[in-house]
Design a protein around this ligand. Structure first.
Ligand SMILES: [Zn+2]
Length: 247
């Protein structure tokens, strides 16, 4: 159906006006229905998936990780969604509070306004970190997975710690992981190594290697000293006659 047909069918009403009227009456205007809802008599109602979606939103609130939430949704409730889809069609979708385009009772709500705002704050915070900090992974391409030999690439380890005053501190540590495990699960080496651990390792091992290098260098430079003494002796012969000072 074209826009013109749609307008004609509605007695010349502008399509936008039709949509506005539909929304005001809580009628569904797009075919896209978020998980947790379904359409009944042109209205959104909660679906059988609603408890699972709600549960996963709370899981996200607790763990503050979209990857983990999507994995949880799949493992616990058998619902497969991409991270992007989960974020845009659920977490960022005000319909889950029952509101849409300033109609406060557009559909049944999945979560409270307070929970929704909390989710938005976490998402805003997450994307700020992502967009403002492009971390330079200096060891990329230099580390090789001990299991499969694949080069390891940058990732990060998220930690959340709650303090006594109930403020939540979120930390993001740069780390490295086997990309063959991450992307294809074809390697068992699933752990990520913090960058600071690699630095510690290098420092310790470089120190040892550097130590032996210094010993070697000192042995060699002793020979150089010997040479110098010879040189000095040679140069003595060429010294200017005493009593002359060059200015
Ligand atoms: Zn590997």
């Amino acid at each position: 159906m074209t826009w013109a047909e749609l307008e004609a069918q509605n007695g010349g009403l502008r399509v936008a006006d039709v949509f506005r009227t539909k929304v005001t009456h809580g009628e569904v205007i797009t075919g896209k229905v978020p998980h947790g809802y379904r359409i009944e008599d042109k209205h959104l109602v909660l679906s059988e998936e609603a408890p699972a979606i709600q549960d996963t939103i709370f899981y996200f609130l607790k763990h503050q990780s979209m990857n983990q939430a999507v994995q949880y949704l799949k493992d616990t409730h058998g619902i497969i969604m991409s991270v992007q889809n989960f974020k845009q069609s659920i977490l960022r979708n005000e319909k889950i509070t029952g509101r849409y385009r300033s109609n406060d009772t557009y559909c049944p709500r999945l979560i409270s306004d307070e929970t929704f705002h909390q989710v938005q704050r976490i998402l805003d915070h997450n994307s700020n970190i992502k967009s403002s900090q492009k971390y330079p992974y200096i060891f990329t391409g230099l580390l090789v997975c001990a299991e499969c030999g694949q080069k390891m690439g940058g990732c990060h380890i998220n930690t959340v710690s709650k303090r006594k005053d109930k403020t939540v501190l979120r930390y993001k540590y740069p780390a490295y992981e086997c990309k063959r495990h991450r992307s294809f699960k074809k390697c068992d080496n699933g752990g990520a190594i913090r960058e600071v651990r690699i630095e510690e390792y290098l420092l310790k091992n470089v120190k040892e290697q550097f130590g032996s290098y210094i010993a070697d260098f000192e042995a060699k430079s002793k020979k150089t000293v010997d040479n110098r003494q010879k040189k000095n002796q040679l140069q003595k012969k060429n010294r200017p006659v005493k009593g002359f000072i060059f200015k």
